[in-house]
Design a protein around this ligand. Structure first.
Ligand code: ATP
Length: 250
């Protein structure tokens, strides 16, 4: 399996606090790799180091073989490293479909260059509609983005991120702030993307993580204490002790 993203010895301190302390992680093409850990373990910081929102103090971050640790966020994004909230600016006044067309166009500027403009428009439209179907939003295509529910908006953001065809998509708690029923729908959607997309997922919903992940990296106090398939992770004594520790929340 081709390696899409590789982190080696990545560190980040805030003052005296070592938030991310020498983390290694390898994500293969088509893999859904989850990062879990108790509150304050360093998950969000690590994701920000991967995306370029924060700069690592030390360590390597390789995207498709290229060390991107010194690159700005937009330069990593241009190379295909996408974090949902960064790649998706939903335009409230536009329809759901037009938002999708914009997201797809950003990528497709060159893809349809040999087509007539009308045929290119049709192909883009088909692709945008298919993308909306993938996230259960096809019936909302004509609606203004402004009137979407919170869950529908998150679905649109996901569809727009996917439409840009990133090499790897970083998802930060896609189930946060949505109801149980909608969380179940998000799990189904993400399952639908499995194999087609390379995903790094941070999520507190353990049912979702264990249902979706190919592999899981467990962070605790800034360190990666385990990495493996879900069954191995749930059986790992070090992981169990982190989660069974003093009133640990996740
Ligand atoms: N900008 C910052 N300045 C100072 N400390 C920070 C900053 N960002 C994070 N931290 C600290 O770094 C540690 C790791 O935080 P981080 O948010 O990455 O953890 P997390 O695993 O994502 O937690 P949660 O599950 O609660 O979101 C925490 O102790 C946090 O207080």
């Amino acid at each position: 399996m081709r390696t899409v993203l590789e982190a080696r010895g990545v560190c980040k301190s805030f003052g005296g606090l070592s938030a991310v302390d020498g983390v290694d992680m390898t994500v293969g093409e088509g893999e859904l790799h989850a990062i879990i850990g108790p509150n304050g373990a360093g998950k969000t910081t690590f994701l920000s180091l991967l995306s370029g929102e924060l700069r690592a103090d030390r360590g390597q971050i390789r995207l498709l073989g290229e060390d991107v640790a010194g690159l700005a966020m937009h330069e990593r994004a241009r190379r295909g490293l996408a974090r949902t909230f960064q790649v998706t600016s939903v335009f409230e006044d536009l329809s759901v479909l037009d938002n999708m067309l914009l997201a797809a166009q950003a990528r497709e500027r060159h893809a349809y260059r040999f087509w007539t403009p009308a045929a290119a428009d049709l192909a883009l439209r088909d692709e945008a509609l298919a993308g909306l179907r993938d996230v259960g939003l096809a019936e909302r295509a004509a609606a203004a983005a402004a009137i979407l529910s919170h869950g529908e908006r998150r679905a649109l953001e996901l569809a727009m991120a996917v439409a840009a065809r990133p090499a790897i998509l970083l998802l930060d708690e896609p189930m946060a702030g949505i109801g149980t029923k909608e969380a179940g729908q998000v799990v189904e959607r993400l399952r639908g993307f499995k194999g087609r997309l390379t995903i790094v997922l941070i999520e507190h919903d353990m049912n979702a993580v264990f249902a979706l992940a190919d592999r899981i990296t467990v962070l605790a106090q800034g360190r990666a204490i385990a990495c493996g398939a879900p069954a191995a992770i749930s059986a790992d004594p070090a992981v169990q002790s982190v989660y069974l520790g003093d009133g640990a929340e996740y």
